[in-house]
Design a protein around this ligand. Structure first.
Ligand code: CA
Length: 364
């Protein structure tokens, strides 16, 4: 009897204490945050637009509905390439894009999206989370009143769609190609005319002949876009984007106004979204590639070694020049370059070593 009443007493006291503790933040927890997310993608676009939707959805669910994010497709609230400014100024609390779109704001931003001959998807996550990348990125975007996150990765991309064969570097002379970021700068030095277009404008430009070639992402995304209807040669590998990071940026004032548990929700939702997008591309790319080749009769081509070698040389120059653009760029470049050298050493033994071994077990 004594024991039972003891438990009862403690139990009641525990309950009372628990209620008291839960009661105080419960008032605070009532506050709901309603955010807008502007994106550079067409609404619901497979992989990228849906990646933005996924991020918004898990933020909602992980926060128990205390932080909800309404997603706007490119052009719905602001034009795609005005997303950065819109979030910087507080028109929307959040944006979803790729950092190389903002090279005009800071050349260093490009290192957080894709670097030609740079890091693959796993290595980008490694650099950002464990190699000092996030700290540099936070510092860079703080100047624009933003907090950045890596929220997706396409994996290695394809080299692009061309309306003629690429047999030598000379074939780039006079070629009008859509290619963003540092990769665009590389082909410019090879003689191409580089055009930067948001996603929704690429297909009509290729179809009308306003551009001769474009890169976009990889088979899964490119099939959905219908590029095979406008160009017949599809080149690999995507030397210019070995593992492109999709970013979210959050208005710093809006971020600072969140209680710490909701900030933690954002931090973890970003990582979940990164892995989810990469998983989706990994799972869907090959089926899309097979469909492009077998059903749509796309001519799949590998870039000649001489072209890849020349692009590698030009990439070193372009990246070195970007590093000289500002003190920020120099610091980011040094961190990135150091990480790439270490990764290349381990990759040779690890992933690349395994890939070579696995090919021995695959019947072709
Ligand atoms: Ca791309």
């Amino acid at each position: 009897m004594k024991r039972r009443s003891f438990i009862k007493t403690v139990g009641t006291a525990g309950l009372a204490t628990g209620a008291l503790i839960a009661g105080a933040p419960a008032v605070h927890a009532q506050k709901k945050y309603r955010w807008k997310m502007v994106t550079t993608w067409p609404k619901n676009f497979p992989g990228l637009g849906t990646g933005a939707n996924y991020l918004a959805d898990i933020i909602d669910r992980m926060s128990g509905g205390r932080l909800t994010v309404k997603v706007y497709g490119g052009g719905e609230l602001v034009p795609p390439f005005e997303s950065f400014d819109a979030v910087s100024q507080g028109t929307a609390e959040m944006g979803h894009a790729a950092a190389y779109y903002w090279k005009g704001k800071s050349p260093a931003a490009q290192f957080f999206a894709a670097v030609p001959y740079g890091l693959n998807a796993d290595e980008m996550a490694g650099w950002i989370h464990y190699g000092g990348g996030q700290k540099l990125w936070d510092g860079l975007y703080a100047d624009f009143n933003l907090k950045p996150y890596a929220v997706g990765n396409t994996g290695v991309q394809m080299g692009g769609w061309f309306n003629k064969e690429i047999n030598s570097v000379d074939d780039y002379k006079g070629l009008k190609m859509r290619m963003p970021g540092l990769g665009g700068e590389v082909i410019k030095r090879a003689g191409a005319t580089v055009v930067n277009l948001p996603g929704g404008e690429i297909f009509p430009s290729l179809q009308s002949g306003a551009i001769d070639a474009t890169e976009w992402v990889g088979p899964y995304n490119d099939l959905a876009f219908g590029f095979y209807k406008a160009a017949s040669y599809y080149y690999w590998p995507g030397w210019h984007e070995p593992g492109t990071v999709l970013e979210a940026f959050v208005n710093k004032k809006a971020y600072d106004a969140l209680p710490s548990d909701l900030q933690a929700v954002l931090d973890q939702a970003a990582k979940a979204a990164y892995n989810d997008m990469l998983s989706e591309f990994t799972a869907r790319n090959n089926a899309a590639l097979v469909e492009l080749v077998q059903k749509h009769k796309v001519k799949l081509r590998k870039f000649p070694e001489a072209v890849l070698k020349k692009m590698a040389e030009l990439s070193l120059e372009v990246v070195a020049d970007a590093a000289q653009a500002s003190p920020d760029s120099k610091a980011v470049f040094e961190s990135f370059d150091n990480f790439r050298n270490q990764s290349a050493n381990w990759n040779r033994i690890g992933e690349a070593g395994f890939s070579a071994a696995r090919s021995l077990a695959i019947k072709s």
